[in-house]
Design a protein around this ligand. Structure first.
Ligand SMILES: Cc1ncc(COP(=O)(O)O)c(C=O)c1O
Length: 411
């Protein structure tokens, strides 16, 4: 008889975005002529930078010529892309990261889940609450948790609450944790981390032999020069952190798919006989076995992000979304909403008005303003009473959505 991985049965039935889609579908079926503006899911809307498109068109031509045709590429990514990533994203910021420590992949989402393959089930795992749900659900699937309680908190995970009370910055846990997920600029709250704050975590991790999973998928949105773009800007991080990056939100690659993970060669963890092993070797082994690399065409597109024209076009794209975020923040503040994030981040995190629950506010916003956002409680129990609005949309839609929200909810 065939049996299944029963950990999947522990997952909460309605994952956030399908539930949002269900409610939106019901509403639009009942109100077919309504123009709904979606500021929920964090997907980009603006076209790919021209530099990336031109590079990909050229790469398609390469594939049509026997002399330049490419078959299977290196599982870790082509050297020419990894060299550019290392030079531009790390060495230019004085981070001592070598191209060989970079693993190109088809997404930070899969990497943040797949990384669990190389760690044992015995680790104590900490996540913030609210949090990007993928970190939690992949741990549930891997059997690292017990069942969820009524609030959706899984037994066995250590939740670090973040709210307006602690400026959305998690306190260091009193107990020892082995794996810690940090995401800055943060999804969903839009909070950022200073170097001093990250140093506290790096010191904690180094002292206890813990590993930090640092998700910097929104790094490109940082405009404040004092804020770190990479955890490797913090002394000692190479000994305790793995960093996840993506081309999804800076260069609009959500549908094109390219990302990378940095596993420094100095990073080790314990074998059960108390010896140390390099995580780089394990991740390399895992990727070479289970992954066959990102397409040549897409990697050429990602490489173009680092050309002079590519850099200028990506900067323009990011600035466009940041201006959207600014408009959202200004309009919501004018209507007396309590608003967080939205600076150095494409996400605006707001306190729901009139003490509405996150889902009640979702329904009210949909029914009265015909605008879709994301209920904070979908990101964790401590997100209850909050709501996420994304700046990824056209200027016209952002302005129209803000007009509708401020008309309906002026307090
Ligand atoms: C925090 C965070 N990490 C990773 C991802 C996924 O990135 P990718 O498109 O590279 O899979 C997202 C996407 O929304 C995200 O919010």
């Amino acid at each position: 008889m065939t049996t299944i991985n029963e950990n999947y049965l522990k997952l909460k039935a309605g994952y956030l975005f399908p539930e949002i889609a269900r409610r939106v579908k019901n509403f639009s079926e009942a109100n077919p002529n309504t123009n709904i503006i979606k500021l929920g899911i964090g997907d980009v809307t603006e076209p790919l930078p021209e530099a990336c498109r031109t590079a990909m068109i050229k790469a398609v031509e390469d594939m049509g010529d026997r002399a330049t045709f490419q078959g299977y590429g290196p599982e870790q990514g082509y050297g020419w892309l990894r060299e550019k990533i290392a030079a531009n994203d790390f060495q230019a910021r004085n981070c001592d990261i070598d191209a060989s420590e970079i693993f190109v992949s088809d997404g930070a989402k899969c990497d943040t889940g797949n990384i669990l393959d190389i760690f044992s089930r015995d680790n104590k795992i900490a996540v913030t609450d609210p949090v990007y749900p993928v970190y939690v659900d992949t741990n549930v699937m891997a059997g690292h948790t017990g069942k969820a309680n009524d609030k959706g908190e899984y037994d066995g995970l250590v939740y670090l609450p973040i709210s307006a009370e602690n400026n959305f910055i998690a306190d260091i846990p009193s107990q020892k944790v082995d794996l810690i997920y940090l995401c800055f600029p943060n999804n969903p709250t839009g909070a950022t981390a200073t170097k001093d704050y990250l140093k506290i975590w790096v010191d904690y991790a180094k002292a206890r032999g813990s590993i930090i999973f640092f998700d910097a998928a929104y790094e490109a949105f940082i405009t404040d020069d004092s804020l770190p773009h990479s955890i490797y800007e913090i002394e000692g991080a190479k000994d305790c952190a793995i960093e996840f990056r993506s081309f999804s939100k800076n260069a609009g690659f959500t549908g094109t798919r390219c990302a990378f993970t940095v596993v420094p060669k100095t990073l080790t963890a314990k074998v059960s006989d108390e010896s140390d092993i390099e995580l780089w070797k394990l991740w390399s082994r895992r990727q070479c076995t289970k992954f066959n690399g990102v397409s040549y065409i897409v990697q050429r597109g990602a490489e173009a992000v680092y050309s002079d024209t590519g850099k200028a076009q990506v900067k323009k794209l990011v600035s466009f979304y940041l201006e959207n975020a600014q408009i959202i923040c200004n309009q919501l503040k004018r209507a007396k909403f309590k608003v967080y994030g939205g600076v150095n981040s494409p996400y605006i995190w707001l306190k729901t008005p009139y003490n509405l629950s996150s889902w009640d506010f979702f329904d009210k916003l949909l029914q009265t303003a015909h605008v879709v956002g994301t209920p904070g409680s979908g990101f964790g129990a401590a997100g209850e009473g909050y709501f996420r609005i994304s700046a990824f949309n056209s200027r016209k839609n952002i302005e129209e959505a803000m007009k509708r929200i401020t008309t309906q909810f002026s307090m």
